[in-house]
Design a protein around this ligand. Structure first.
Ligand SMILES: C[S@@+](CC[C@H](N)C(=O)[O-])C[C@H]1O[C@@H](n2cnc3c(N)ncnc32)[C@H](O)[C@@H]1O
Length: 382
């Protein structure tokens, strides 16, 4: 019998994605765009690859130390590095010239590690060339805690990334470029350790794009042509085992180039940061009420007063909050667990959880941070 909480086999997922697409041609176009066409982020023709809000203070401070050449070739669309990651093993999918790896290398500390995977040699060369000096001279580490691997994010196995060996996957404006997104997500699920998280920013669309847009080389390189319809992305997540994707941030992308804007017509594009937690067997497809309460301890650096798990769960430090079983697992059985106390277990079921907004134990409903659906083309539930 099929267990709805277990991921579907990778071959089954990939077949549908592969139909009618020449994967090698897509990858060659992308490699040329990032290896030769673009020299710096000034060469971009849309805001897709630079649509992000200003990064949090800890990231801004870390960025001050990152070599200029690494930053000049940054083409990310969001802020995929969560706070409080000291000691974690981080993997960056499509690291490019390595800006986010350099920031993460500082935030994980000398005992943590960062691995960047990218298929474009010209981008990786920049990342590799500054790594040793940055870690030793700027961060004061005995040796570099960064490793860069040339490889394809659909085939992390071939890049030597073993099962369950990563605590946090980050990625910035990359997965839209992959011709086999199911395989990317499935590989991400495989390499994450139980309790790990994929925390990443990417471009999504409010509709399924026509073939004329999907095959346009500039729109592909600019991270628009490969953007998934958001609901299809959520379906894909659920199939590979990330059953309850949580949206954290969302920003609409502006297309300033008139020719490109005309090509995409009424389609709207968004840069969205998602959180996908791997808690095998625990994340259900709907939010269920077990009467559990989560209390945030206020211990994540930079978040002493409150912590946003996603765009509709703001935990105020030391204030008990009623949560569904999925949320209890996400904060209580993952790398976030040291920062939360969970009261109650799943012994008794009280029915479906009210997803209209989180409630405190004092009975106040609907957090002011509840912006689910306020931005973007749709979204997951609780
Ligand atoms: C928009 S850039 C973003 C780079 C980096 N994350 C950043 O924020 O600067 C996309 C990067 O993803 C890489 N990439 C795209 N598809 C890939 C794939 N299938 N496997 C590995 N790398 C890929 C490209 O080589 C490029 O460096």
């Amino acid at each position: 019998m099929v267990n709805p909480l277990e991921p579907a086999p990778i071959a089954e997922l990939s077949r549908a994605e592969q139909l009618g697409k020449d994967q090698d041609a897509v990858k060659a176009t992308v490699k040329e765009y990032y290896g030769e066409t673009l020299k710096t982020s000034n060469d971009l023709r849309t805001s897709a690859c630079t649509a992000c809000k200003p990064p949090p203070a800890a990231v801004r401070a870390a960025l001050a130390e990152v070599p200029a050449e690494v930053k000049e070739k940054f083409y990310g669309c969001g802020n995929p590095i969560p706070a409080g990651i000291e000691g974690l093993r981080v993997l960056d999918l499509g690291c490019g010239s390595g800006r986010d790896c350099y920031v993460a290398a500082k935030l994980v500390g000398e005992k943590g590690s960062v691995t960047g995977v990218d298929m474009t040699p010209a981008q990786l060369e920049v990342a590799i060339s500054h790594a040793d000096a940055y870690c030793k001279d700027k961060l004061g580490y005995a040796k570099s805690n960064m490793t860069f691997i040339q490889g394809e994010i659909e085939y992390l196995d071939k890049a030597g990334i073993k099962d369950s060996c990563v605590d946090l996957i980050i990625s910035n404006c990359v997965i839209n470029l992959s011709p086999d997104k199911a395989r990317v997500l499935s590989e991400a699920y495989r390499v994450l350790a139980p309790g790990g998280e994929m925390h990443f920013s990417d471009v999504y669309c409010d509709r399924r794009l026509p073939q004329s847009v999907r095959t346009h080389p500039v729109l592909l390189g600019e991270c628009l042509a490969g953007a998934l319809y958001n609901n299809d992305f959520i379906r894909l997540c659920r199939k590979v085992g990330f059953t309850d994707p949580r949206q954290l941030e969302c920003e609409e992308i502006q297309i300033h180039d008139a020719e490109l804007r005309d090509l995409v017509g009424e389609a709207r594009f968004y840069s969205i940061t998602y959180r996908l937690f791997k808690v095998p067997g625990q994340i259900e497809d709907l939010c269920e009420d077990y009467g559990q309460v989560a209390v945030y301890k206020g211990t994540i650096p930079g978040h002493t007063h409150s912590y946003d798990l996603d765009d509709h769960h703001k935990f105020v430090a030391n204030k008990p909050m009623l949560v569904c079983g999925n949320t209890a697992s996400m904060v209580g059985e993952t790398w976030l667990a040291p920062h939360f106390t969970i009261i109650g277990d799943r012994a008794v079921h009280f029915g479906q959880f009210d997803c209209s907004g989180p409630k405190t134990t004092t009975g106040a409903g609907g957090s002011p941070s509840n912006s689910a659906g306020a931005c973007g083309p749709g979204g997951a539930c609780c």
